[in-house]
Design a protein around this ligand. Structure first.
Ligand SMILES: [Cu+2]
Length: 304
């Protein structure tokens, strides 16, 4: 009876703990499934252990007038085997399950992982000189061969590709298809996103709790991952790796929007960058008179 009650309570609580924020990506269900299973098992173990503790404390409490000691017990081999084997099976099971979830999320084919060297595209000059300064002979330093796993998912391209750069203390998003660069991550709902991420100075970490995604951004290395946001809304992107004194301020907004709104945002970004370019050209142009440059501004300022 107690066993059945424990099982039922654990199963119920494992599904109804209410500890997770809303899930806003297709992959979130897998992570939540893993979390719920672990919660179910933990609840069962917690109730069992605490229940036995409380029961024994009450059952074997000191009784009035009884000054004798309890029986001395030295070890119990079957019991010790039991409480070693059961946790071992649980840990093994969770390991296999979580590895399965991890490999399906990262898009990396864990059964045939390929290694390929990539060019170091983002090694900052600061860290380079810092390394050289701390080493006795810089000529002996060999460039490390950076290896990344080629994601299986790279064979079929994602709908949206975003290059993300983490730096102290901001995130920069570049959309290679359109050339847009932004400080906010805009994504169309229901479309698969591929992120190619790196960092320019120290290690940062991309974390959007609602997507159930947390991935390190590492200087000199590209982290590739895919996900599909499936709920329109604004979410916080938080740096999850202590990266300096202003680490706490290193957060920005992720806007998941309808495809129409995303297209509109893209157009606005393109127009804005074109205007910036035009202004820069006007300022730099030696042939253009100051009147030509002022023309565009006078319209805005309502002067003629
Ligand atoms: Cu950071």
């Amino acid at each position: 009876m107690i066993g059945i009650a424990l099982t039922l309570i654990s199963l119920w609580y494992g599904q109804n703990h209410g500890l997770l924020t809303i899930a806003a990506s297709e992959e979130a269900a897998e992570v939540d499934g893993l979390f719920n299973i672990m919660m179910t098992i933990s609840t069962g173990i917690f109730l069992l252990v605490e229940g036995i503790l409380i029961y024994c404390a009450w059952k074997y409490r000191r009784k009035a007038g009884d000054d004798t000691d309890g029986q001395p017990i030295e070890g119990n081999v079957p019991l010790e085997i039991l409480w070693t084997v059961i946790p071992a099976i649980i840990v093994l099971g969770i390991s296999v399950y979580s590895f399965d979830v991890y490999s399906s999320l990262s898009g990396v084919d864990t059964h045939s992982v390929q290694q390929a060297p990539i060019a170091q595209t983002s090694q900052s000059s600061v860290s380079g000189s810092a390394i050289a300064a701390t080493l006795p002979d810089a000529s002996q330093v060999k460039t490390a061969n950076m290896d990344i796993s080629i994601p299986l998912a790279q064979r079929k391209p994602a709908d949206v590709i975003v290059n993300i750069m983490g730096l102290q203390y901001a995130w920069i998003f570049t959309y290679p298809k359109t050339g847009i660069t932004a400080g906010e991550l805009h994504l169309p709902v229901g479309k698969q996103v591929q992120v190619n991420m790196t960092a320019s100075d120290v290690i940062h970490a991309f974390w959007v709790p609602e997507f159930r995604l947390k991935q390190d951004a590492i200087p000199g290395r590209e982290s590739v991952f895919k996900f599909t946001p499936n709920k329109v809304g604004d979410y916080d992107l938080i740096c999850a790796e202590l990266c300096g004194p202003y680490h706490g301020a290193m957060r920005t907004k992720v806007v998941v929007e309808t495809i129409e709104a995303f297209e509109k945002w893209q157009q606005e970004q393109l127009v804005a960058s074109k205007e910036n370019l035009n202004q820069a050209l006007a300022i730099n142009s030696r042939n253009g008179s100051s009147a030509t440059f002022l023309n565009s501004h006078s319209k805005h300022m309502d002067i003629s």
